[in-house]
Design a protein around this ligand. Structure first.
Ligand code: FCB
Length: 403
């Protein structure tokens, strides 16, 4: 199988809040402290200090890319107060990636905001877009040599989370427990739909910084959209399109005019006349309650390419499991589905697995997505067999995937 083009990116993805540790000035940190049922991120994986070791794991195992993020709350801990030291920190990370032969794929916003930003009204405040533009303007000078920039991670999930946060706050006051936005478990209430008003705000935010990043860095600029790989039950195509618009297409249509679009998908989900069907309980379900559907990324890549007309980069795909053999089986299936989409004409530029490390899954430590385990006390990294397995596929650019 050799359906992946030369220069294909093979890597893994992370997000600052989930791995760095001590993200004291962020809104998520503040929320962790007050939401019942939410575990704390604490020192996380201490990747803030150990990023070289983390990147080396990828480079040594045959990968050529690493996706990581810049944390706004560190760059601008108070409004207008810019930390030169933190800018230098992220510049060192970019230099380290380049030195190790890893193409840095840099995310400018991955769910978390500075605490002051949230307290000043968050994304619905009239100044929100200007505040974000000013942060991005501060960051672009350190992006030299970066070829891929993701302005915002999963604006659609964030639109859902922002609405959810309000509901959770109300629920907490009534004594209920936190539900991680990326954990969609059967017995829990299903996730609410993303809030369209907030979603439109994110579109504005993305458009406000897209040209700025492009002109001042020469990087390819896009954003990454969560894709639920909806499938319609017979006669439910219209319902599927309606849900697709609210969950995905609003954000995908806004990507037209970008240089690429990030595809992120973990499972597929049926739609019937009443809406999204909950994942039925099944022994193969993942640690976050989703169905084992390695083909989801193929459905997602095709849909994303069709709506946007853009090259796609898989910026996240993976599985929460304690059984690494299942991770390998899942990823093998995913790469085959992606290879088929590419063979059918979808312009796929890379595959970045979620995630490099077992990390802080937005309120929970239980769901392990990593190619590498991390001891939470000593921070010792222990590669799982999947790290070398996927690295082996990377070395052959996919040719070693068996048919
Ligand atoms: C995505 C998020 C990522 C991680 C994975 C499991 O929605 O972008 O940070 O939580 O899900």
């Amino acid at each position: 199988m050799s359906t992946f083009p030369t220069g294909f990116l093979w890597g893994a993805s992370t997000a600052p809040h989930q791995i760095e540790g001590g993200n004291l000035n962020s809104d998520f940190w503040a929320n962790e402290a007050r939401m019942p049922g939410m575990e704390r991120s604490g020192d996380a994986c201490d990747s803030y200090h150990r990023y070289r070791e983390d990147m080396r794991l990828l480079a040594d195992h045959g990968y050529n890319a690493y996706r990581f993020g810049i944390e706004w709350a560190r760059i601008e801990p108070e409004p207008g107060m810019v930390s030169r030291a933190e800018l230098a920190h992220y510049r060192r990370m970019i230099d380290t990636a380049l030195e190790l032969g890893l193409a840095p794929v840099v995310t400018l916003h991955h769910f978390t905001n500075p605490r002051w930003f949230a307290e000043a009204g968050g994304w619905l405040a009239p100044e929100a877009i200007d505040r974000f533009r000013s942060y991005v303007d501060t960051v672009v000078p350190v992006l030299d040599g970066v070829e891929w920039v993701v302005t915002m991670n999963e604006p659609n999930m964030l639109a859902m989370m922002t609405g959810l946060a309000v509901k959770m706050q109300q629920a907490a006051e009534a004594g209920a427990e936190w539900q991680s936005p990326t954990v969609d478990e059967g017995p829990r209430p299903p996730l609410p739909a993303p809030d369209v008003e907030i979603g439109r705000r994110f579109v504005e935010a993305h458009h406000a910084v897209r040209d700025l990043v492009r002109e001042r860095t020469g990087a390819k600029v896009g954003w990454s959209v969560a894709n639920r790989a909806f499938e319609a039950r017979p006669g439910c195509e219209e319902k599927k399109r309606e849900l697709e618009y609210i969950w995905e297409d609003l954000y995908l249509e806004a990507a037209r005019g970008d240089d690429f679009v990030g595809v992120q998908s973990y499972s597929a989900q049926w739609v019937n006349e009443d809406g999204i069907e909950p994942y039925p309980p099944h022994p193969d379900n993942t640690l976050v309650g989703t169905a084992f559907r390695p083909d989801a990324i193929g459905i997602a890549a095709r849909h994303t390419a069709e709506v946007t007309g853009l090259p796609v980069l898989v910026t996240e795909n993976g599985i929460a499991t304690a059984d690494d053999a299942r991770r390998i089986a899942y990823t093998e299936g995913a790469l085959k589905a992606l290879g088929e989409a590419a063979a059918d004409g979808v312009d796929v530029r890379g595959y970045l697995h979620w995630s490099l490390l077992d990390n802080y899954e937005w309120g929970h430590w239980g769901p392990t997505f990593g190619l590498v385990a991390v001891d939470r006390e000593t921070f010792v990294r222990t590669p799982k067999p999947s790290l070398a397995w996927l690295g082996g596929i990377a070395k052959t650019n996919g040719a070693s995937l068996t048919d």
